[in-house]
Write a protein that binds this ligand. Sequence first.
Ligand code: NAP
Length: 261
Amino acid sequence: MDLREKVALVTGASMGIGRQISLDLAQAGAVVVGVARGAEALAELLPALQSLSPRSEVIPLDVAQAAAVSEVVQRIVSRHGRLDILVNNAAVEERRSILATTLEDIERVMRINFGGMVNCTLAALPIMVRQGFGRIVNVSSAVGRSPVPGEAAYGASKAAMIAFSESISYELEPRGVRVQVLFPGYVATTGMARQARRDGQALPPRWVHRTAEQVSRAVLRALDAGGFEINVAPLETLAPIVRAVAPKIYRRAIVRTQPLP
Ligand SMILES: NC(=O)c1ccc[n+]([C@@H]2O[C@H](COP(=O)([O-])OP(=O)(O)OC[C@H]3O[C@@H](n4cnc5c(N)ncnc54)[C@H](OP(=O)(O)O)[C@@H]3O)[C@@H](O)[C@H]2O)c1
């Protein structure tokens, strides 16, 4: 796809995977609007973004706030005339025992990871449907289809994202709007991965390790190639298959390899 003159909204653009996706979309010629909560990290991103794509911008935004999301999307359309690509990448991960988890903890994670994706999608859809063109890439996680201990809220938010995305994809594809879900593998260098390791998360096996650059390249390829699932580390897809065909062995492996929080 020729990304020149395409307008992209990337959430969680200030660091990690979202930062790399923003830079690569800008490099390919798209006008990128990068959002995240922290204004300082966004301000650091801006010069690099604009050196690649001068009309790109950054906007501080909490994706959990539906009204604020709607305002940002309206602002994008009034400034740039369209919205072609939405990458729902913003998320938080809070690893903790369910016995130390409150309803507020679960609601917070769901409001950002699942609710933020819903807010951005609902705000973008009328514009994309009117254009007859749109690409929505939702960044999920293997934990959403193969849950591990200590990740109840995070895993549930990512599982909800997968179900939501698949359901709407059937309805939107005939209208020119493609919805895809991306599974990045494990990117060790991001803020989220560092925090999860500090919180005692087991290091995933080497064969699912990827760089932010590899994940970002997969997003750009998927914008062209189509398909619903983008598996950046394809061996991750074996886990649900092993669970289905050999559930006892699978469960023993999880107990052996995944420390309790
Ligand atoms: N790293 C991995 O190994 C891995 C594996 C599987 C899936 N993923 C997924 O990949 C995506 C990116 O993760 P990452 O590892 O790159 O994380 P990261 O380095 O922690 O970056 C997360 C980004 O999301 C933003 N964000 C968080 N809450 C937000 C909110 N309420 N509103 C707007 N922006 C918000 C953060 O900025 P602020 O805090 O300033 O808002 C930051 O820009 C996530 O969806 C994650 O679940 C990552």
